[in-house]
Write a protein that binds this ligand. Structure first.
Ligand SMILES: Cc1ncc(COP(=O)(O)O)c(C=O)c1O
Length: 439
């Protein structure tokens, strides 16, 4: 081509959570047996049933012509008023409905938040990192993500000293990103840790991006502290949505709450650029915005959230029961959301393998494994797919030097859940032991 048409950050875009689906589908086709999908955080796909009262609200909304219209760019005023009122009632920060902007899912919000940041300005985020954030941030800058470590030996708590030092010595860092509760680790960061992060932002004049899509999905006994309660005068963006909480991921509906933006003209300008970008797109999906106030204030809503959290708590305990007996790994049972991260403590070796019952699948796997760039945990994940038809996501694709995998707590059927994870537990042992014959 006459001119290079490839974006500077093109190589930074990767989303293995869905990328792996192509390989899994090929294996499904060759083996003629279904894949057990443990890669994607979609409760509906894994059998969660929307309660009838919620469906009724949505059905009734559909009778109203206004839900077929464009909404205002920031989102329906009544819904933004409802959300602002809920924050204001808590008695910490006070926000205006105009401090809220709706998006077509947080995926849309994330790409604009980083996409309209000045290229040289970087946002440091956690490692392991949820790839939607890390890839969008890296793609905007054209360089790999900058991260602070979540420590698997301390229940995935952030390494505050590392965060402090990286911020101190890298002047390009303009913001700190946190995901609380966290994906992929299921950690909930206590108030003291959040306060320390706010202090760093204050000291170095940074803004905070807090992805709080799982804020009400905790089972740690204490809940999670939203950044709105402790942000003080620091400029921040909180991201929230209904994909996981209702759950209604197909609605493509999420919003940002902006705190303290009037205090910093530069931050205000940045927020305006995000809003203008949204304006070029006109607006976000109307129907889900329309039903948010009625669903969230329905008397059954708190009970529904509580029931689901209890379900995931039970799943987390079941996983602990299975994985605490497995050698070679570290497993911190999740305390929120519906993901679990398993870390391989003992180094994986390239000669490790699993027995593949289907010869055709084995041939296909060998082709994939010829790629010299595969990390060792990717090799394990592909072996698990080929040998057991179970699809999880390699941990190394979450911007971390750790090796392992992420799976979900979503399976509704107890027996199937236990069988899947016992199979994975056995596969881990079989994989490590396969190398012993070569020692
Ligand atoms: C931490 C986090 N943020 C954002 C999203 C994306 O949410 P949405 O469906 O609103 O795009 C996800 C989805 O898994 C997530 O885990």
């Amino acid at each position: 081509m006459r001119t290079n048409i490839v974006h500077i950050g093109a190589t930074e875009l990767s989303y293995e959570i869905r990328g792996i689906v192509n390989i899994a589908e090929k294996i499904q086709k060759i083996s003629k047996s279904p894949i057990i999908w443990e890669n994607i955080g979609d409760p509906i796909q894994k059998g969660t049933k929307i309660p009838p009262w919620m469906k009724k609200i949505i059905q009734e909304a559909l009778q109203n012509d206004i839900v077929y219209a464009y909404s205002p760019t920031k989102g329906l005023k009544k819904t933004r008023e409802f959300i602002a009122e809920k924050i204001n009632q808590e008695g910490y920060i006070q926000i205006d409905p105009d401090d809220i902007i709706f998006f077509n899912g947080l995926g849309d919000a994330v790409s604009k938040i980083y996409g309209f940041l000045r290229r040289e300005a970087r946002v440091i985020g956690p490692s392991p990192a949820y790839p939607t954030h890390s890839s969008a941030e890296a793609a905007h800058s054209g360089y790999p993500p900058i991260t602070y470590r979540l420590d698997e030996d301390r229940n995935w708590m952030p390494d505050i000293e590392e965060l402090y030092n990286k911020v101190k010595y890298n002047e390009s860092i303009a913001g700190i990103m946190i995901i609380n509760p966290d994906n992929p680790t299921g950690a909930v960061f206590p108030k003291e840790i959040l306060l320390e992060i706010v202090e760093i932002a204050k000291k170095f004049n940074l803004f905070i991006i807090a992805d709080e899509i799982y804020i009400n999905m905790t089972y740690n006994g204490e809940g999670a502290v939203p950044i709105s309660r402790i942000i003080d005068k620091v400029t921040a963006i909180s991201l929230k949505g209904i994909s996981k909480e209702f759950p209604w991921p197909g609605a493509r509906c999420g919003w940002i709450e902006i705190y303290n933006h009037h205090r910093k003209p530069m931050f205000e300008k940045y927020i305006n650029s995000i809003l203008n970008a949204k304006m070029l797109e006109v607006s976000s999906t109307t129907l889900p915005q329309y039903v948010i106030p009625e669903i969230m204030s329905h008397p059954e809503y708190p009970k529904w959230i509580q029931e689901r959290n209890e379900f995931y708590k039970k799943r987390s305990e079941m996983l602990y029961e299975i994985f605490s007996k497995v050698p070679y790994i570290t497993f911190n049972p999740p305390k929120a959301a519906f993901y679990a991260t398993i870390v391989f403590q003992e180094p994986l070796r390239r000669e490790m393998k699993l027995e593949i019952p289907n010869k055709e699948v084995e041939l296909y796997l060998q082709q994939i494994l010829e790629n010299p760039n595969l990390s060792n945990d990717q090799r394990f994940v592909y072996y698990l797919l080929a040998a057991k038809n179970i699809c999880v996501v390699p941990l190394s694709t979450f911007v971390t030097p750790l090796q392992g995998f992420r799976c979900t707590l979503l399976e509704q059927d107890d027996e199937k859940f236990i069988k899947t994870y016992e199979t994975i537990a056995q596969a881990i042992v079989e994989y490590y032991e396969s190398a012993k014959i070569y020692v």
